[in-house]
Design a protein around this ligand. Structure first.
Ligand SMILES: C[S@@+](CC[C@H](N)C(=O)[O-])C[C@H]1O[C@@H](n2cnc3c(N)ncnc32)[C@H](O)[C@@H]1O
Length: 188
């Protein structure tokens, strides 16, 4: 299969950007799968900042990192990613947003377009040139389409001299499949 599925493609973008020692962001920690993936990529000299608004998610992510012996290279923050600039001052090489709701949890607690947009706005000045922000956008749940529209309108407005914005989407899949938006910083 030549066309990678959405999640493997998101991981490939992160793998091709992140090198050991980098500082990176998981904007939606959830059950911690992406946080652990990032921790493995940055290695013992790097750092991962992971955000989630739910106690349950921070606990699950803490446990996952602890079990993998990676907790000391992560800062887990129980706050919205729209506030990430309050916690991160250094240059970041990559960030992942896995949007929507936490699987197996309250489907009413979802990421929202306006706060996702604010988080991207806060991240762009911290992102190094050549760095990447990857968003996995879900549109099948209630509130998903609204979030998608806000994000698309925002990223389309970003100047192409500063960032390149890619959409990666299967157009013939049923039931509103997730898709990727990737933002690569080209210039300060
Ligand atoms: C699809 S899940 C993330 C899955 C996760 N990346 C994993 O590997 O398990 C989305 C998460 O975003 C969180 N969330 C919702 N609004 C948020 C916000 N404003 N800031 C940070 N996290 C938020 C939810 O609590 C939920 O855990």
């Amino acid at each position: 299969m030549k066309l990678k599925r959405v999640l493997p493609f998101a991981k490939q973008l992160l793998m091709s950007t992140i090198v050991p020692g980098d500082t990176v962001v998981d904007a939606t920690a959830g059950n911690g799968h992406d946080t652990l993936f990032l921790a493995e990529l940055v290695g013992e000299h790097g750092h991962v900042y992971a955000f989630d608004i739910q106690t349950e998610a921070i606990q699950a992510t803490t446990k996952r990192l602890e079990e993998a012996n990676k907790l000391e290279i992560a800062t887990l923050v129980q706050d919205g990613h729209e506030n990430l600039h309050l916690y991160i001052q250094q240059e970041v090489s990559a960030a992942i947003f896995n949007l929507g709701y936490l699987p197996g949890s309250n489907h009413g607690i979802i990421t929202r377009g306006h706060s996702t947009k604010q988080a991207i706005e806060s991240l762009l000045p911290l992102l190094k040139v050549g760095g990447i922000i990857v968003l996995v956008v879900y549109q099948g749940h209630q509130g998903g389409k609204e979030e998608k529209e806000i994000i698309i309108e925002y990223v389309q407005s970003l100047s192409q001299s500063f960032v390149h914005v890619l959409s990666y989407q299967f157009l013939n899949q049923q039931n509103d499949p997730p898709f990727i938006i990737a933002i690569e910083k080209m210039k300060e």
